[in-house]
Design a protein around this ligand. Structure first.
Ligand SMILES: NC(=O)c1ccc[n+]([C@@H]2O[C@H](COP(=O)([O-])OP(=O)(O)OC[C@H]3O[C@@H](n4cnc5c(N)ncnc54)[C@H](O)[C@@H]3O)[C@@H](O)[C@H]2O)c1
Length: 323
């Protein structure tokens, strides 16, 4: 199957426009695409419009190539109560409906039936694989996972994963399209629960919970250990390159020979906590102590401010480290 050329995509359909769909809509609009949004919930059009208006200053500050005038950009946004109306004319569909298998399976079959077979469909799902999601589709080969990180209009990463029925060319297409759309896609070669980045987060959090429960440090200090330590390096390069540099002149070769045995010996002492009621209470109390009465809204605003500062600072140097 020859798919529509990625460079000729000018219209994107956003199916399901909650937290993730609204953010995708803001991103694609800022990048100059026509954006056709649909949702089954009444009032989602107002929600999306408000989301985009709120997100726009950040997109403008990050100097996203495309459109800077909100009023002009909004002319390229349309809402459709009927799914088929939204996907008509779109060369790419990003599905972001509620995380329920049956909902997504029947919705994807409906999208599949309405969209010419040369167009790719990507699902934002955090938890399901394309193999399971495509069960009711007549053309399962054009479904891939395109998993973003919240909020997709700010976080560059998109995890692309195919399923047993996905056409390898569809996976390649999605990687190429997301790159052209200004994201940083990575290829995940096989379906694993939670895809990739959430598994890394889960591994780190498992040990963080263990350290708190074992009394090694407070919630606040465990968080500080990341935010003021390795988290800063991880924002600029991943764990492997960080250790390559940790190996000094010998690089990764020296690191695995010299420090590898010590790290390996720690692996055997990493914890496997369970989220029992007691453990949950310990974490909730630890967070309450660390945040000292500050509201969630206040903390979220500070997170977004810091995130934007970081993204802006890194923007000029954001290119593959192989270059
Ligand atoms: N929230 C996150 O942090 C996050 C991050 C990455 C990926 N995801 C994934 O993105 C998807 C959406 O998550 P969310 O957090 O935006 O959820 P949400 O509940 O905010 O939004 C889901 C939207 O889908 C709509 N919907 C449900 N059935 C529909 C249908 N048949 N047709 C059209 N719209 C329909 C709902 O009305 C709702 O507006 C999920 O698959 C989730 O796993 C979420």
């Amino acid at each position: 199957m020859a798919y529509t050329a990625t460079g000729s995509v000018d219209t994107v359909a956003i199916v399901g426009s909650g937290t993730i769909g609204a953010s995708w809509a803001a991103w694609f609009l800022a990048r100059g695409y026509q954006v056709r949004v649909t949702d089954t919930m009444a009032g989602r059009d107002a929600f999306v419009q408000h989301y985009i208006e709120t997100a726009w200053p950040a997109l403008t500050r990050l100097n996203i190539p495309g459109e800077s005038e909100l009023a002009t950009a909004l002319k390229r946004l349309s809402f459709h109560g009927i799914l088929e109306d939204a996907v008509v004319g779109a060369q790419f569909v990003q599905e972001n409906a509620s995380e329920k298998l049956e909902t997504k399976q029947s919705l994807l079959a409906q999208i599949d039936a309405a969209l010419p077979a040369d167009r790719i469909i990507a699902s934002s799902t955090s938890g399901f694989g394309a193999t399971a999601l495509s069960q009711a589709m007549a053309h399962p080969q054009r479904l891939v996972i395109g998993h973003p990180f919240n909020p997709p209009h700010l976080i560059p990463l998109v995890e692309v994963v195919g399923g047993d029925n996905s056409d390898p060319a569809a996976v390649e297409w999605a990687l190429d399209f997301y790159r052209q759309a200004g994201k940083h896609p990575i290829l995940i070669r096989k379906e694993v629960p939670g895809h990739l980045a959430n598994r890394l987060q889960a591994a780190l959090w498992r040990e963080a919970v263990h350290l708190v429960v074992d009394g090694v440090a407070s919630v606040d200090d465990v968080d500080a250990a990341i935010a003021y330590g390795p988290g800063l390096r991880w924002a600029v390069m991943g764990p492997h390159l960080t250790f390559h540099l940790g190996g000094g002149e010998g690089g990764m070769r020296h690191f695995v020979d010299h420090l590898g045995p010590a790290v390996e010996s720690w692996w055997s002492s990493l914890g496997s906590p369970h989220l029992t009621p007691d453990v949950k209470e310990t974490l909730v109390a630890g967070v309450a102590q660390a945040t000292n009465g500050r509201s969630l809204q206040d903390l979220a605003a500070e997170r977004d401010r810091r995130l934007l500062d970081l993204l802006e600072a890194l923007q000029s140097s954001r290119k593959p480290l192989s270059q």
